[in-house]
Write a protein that binds this ligand. Structure first.
Ligand code: HSE
Length: 404
């Protein structure tokens, strides 16, 4: 008999218990032994829950119980959750988590402890909800040199952008709906500001490039400044606006890693990824392009990834992936990398734009107000772009996706 502890009975925690209990007998056949969720840790009381007898409030009970071999951390954050995960690993228990903040900030340290203790530390559910991405990247594609990765990694903002830009809904209404559907973080600021996507691209980049990448090193911009006007210009240009998280090898030593809205051309597979769906486009030297697509948030998709990790942790041959500690200078200065940009300006003229930016591609939309000019620049660094924009009335500034 293998016994499991679940930490946190929120959206993902309750989903995990439900999925596990529903399919328990087939899991037992697969693993070859009886399985049981012995404890659920939560500070709240759930007297009417069918699992009421399993609830505990003190993590010591779990840490000190030698019968517990796998702990699923579904609390979130990196304070209490970090203490629990570290203690569980140090006590020789495998840990699985959906907590991207924890993995993005403490991943290298926790993976090292797991390795030293010869236990597993898995986090498939931390990126892409129900999409298998961590294990495919760390195992199936490990033979290849990954050149770039670009994706829609936040379900909430993709849902918001889809409803706002395609269906004309209001930002606050759609955000409330995303919260109701269980897509958004407890504090949705992390979704809207790009912080959640940033943590996820840090995890993927650490895995692929082999050194821990910290969120504070990543240029991160959210979705709050995107307008319907910009979306109309994106259509004229031949694409859509998406929040894109990307990491791209510049040379052997450095990578460019950013999270920001992008104009995504219709030819890109990322352009048709709508609602809560996520997609991750990986380009390998030998493999070429591989795309992972599926539901990026929500109770059951995320829970299914957690349960799969629990089952993998129970198989004794499954051990953690690994990456090294942070290496100074491994993230390139994003301001010095060249891209094309969309700009929407007021109170200027095409003549002024040409004088300042040289050859650009002007864009059109219906009922353009007097003095509004929109265009796409030639390749330019952000540093140079910002300098040229200093005395301009900029209403919209969005990068053009060049990883397609
Ligand atoms: N808030 C996250 C999202 C949940 O919307 O993608 C899944 O990580």
């Amino acid at each position: 008999m293998s016994k499991i502890a679940i930490l946190g009975f929120g959206t993902v925690g309750s989903g995990t218990v439900e999925v596990f209990c529903k399919n328990k007998s087939s899991y037992e056949k697969n693993i070859g032994k009886e399985l049981d969720i012995k404890y659920i840790l939560d500070i709240r009381d759930f007297p009417d829950s069918p699992y009421a007898d399993k609830f505990v409030k003190n993590f010591d009970v779990i840490a000190n119980d030698p019968e517990i071999t796998v702990v699923a951390e579904l609390i979130g954050g990196n304070t209490f959750a970090y203490d629990c995960v570290k203690r569980a690993l140090e006590a020789g228990k495998s840990v699985v988590t959906s907590n991207k903040e924890l993995v993005a900030t403490k991943g290298a340290e926790l993976l090292k402890i797991a390795r030293e203790k010869n236990v597993s530390f898995f986090f498939e559910a931390s990126v892409g909800g129900g999409i298998p991405i961590i294990r495919p990247l760390g195992q199936c594609l490990m033979s290849d040199e990954i050149i770039s990765i670009a994706g829609i990694l936040n379900g909430t903002t993709n849902y918001i952008l889809t409803k706002m830009l395609k269906e004309g809904a209001e930002f606050s209404e759609v955000l409330a709906k995303a919260q109701e559907l269980g897509y958004a973080e407890r504090d949705p600021e992390a979704d809207i500001s790009g912080g959640d996507a940033c943590r996820k691209i840090c995890i993927l980049a650490s895995l692929i490039f082999g050194n821990h990448i910290y969120p504070e090193d990543v240029y991160t911009e959210g979705v709050t400044s995107i307008t319907k006007e910009d979306a109309e210009y994106a259509t004229d240009w031949g694409g859509v606006i998406k929040l894109i998280a990307s990491a791209c090898r510049i040379d052997d030593k450095k990578l460019e890693i950013t999270v920001c809205p992008n104009f995504v051309p219709f030819e890109s597979q990322l352009s048709g990824v709508d609602d809560v769906f996520n997609a991750i486009l990986v380009r390998g030297e030998a493999t070429g392009e591989v795309v992972f697509y599926g539901r990026g948030a929500g109770k059951y998709p995320t829970a299914s990834a957690v349960v799969a990790d629990i089952l993998n942790a129970l198989k004794s041959e499954s051990k953690s992936l690994i990456w090294d500690a942070y290496r100074a200078g491994c993230v390139a200065d994003y301001r010095k990398q060249k891209h094309r940009f969309y700009l929407r300006l007021m109170n200027t003229s095409r003549k002024n734009v040409k004088a300042l930016f040289g050859e650009v591609a002007f864009l059109n939309r219906k009922n353009t107000p007097e003095g509004e000019i929109a265009f796409v620049t030639a390749e330019i660094t952000r540093e140079e772009l910002d300098r040229k924009c200093e005395n301009l009335d900029v209403k919209g500034k969005i990068q053009i996706l060049d990883i397609t």
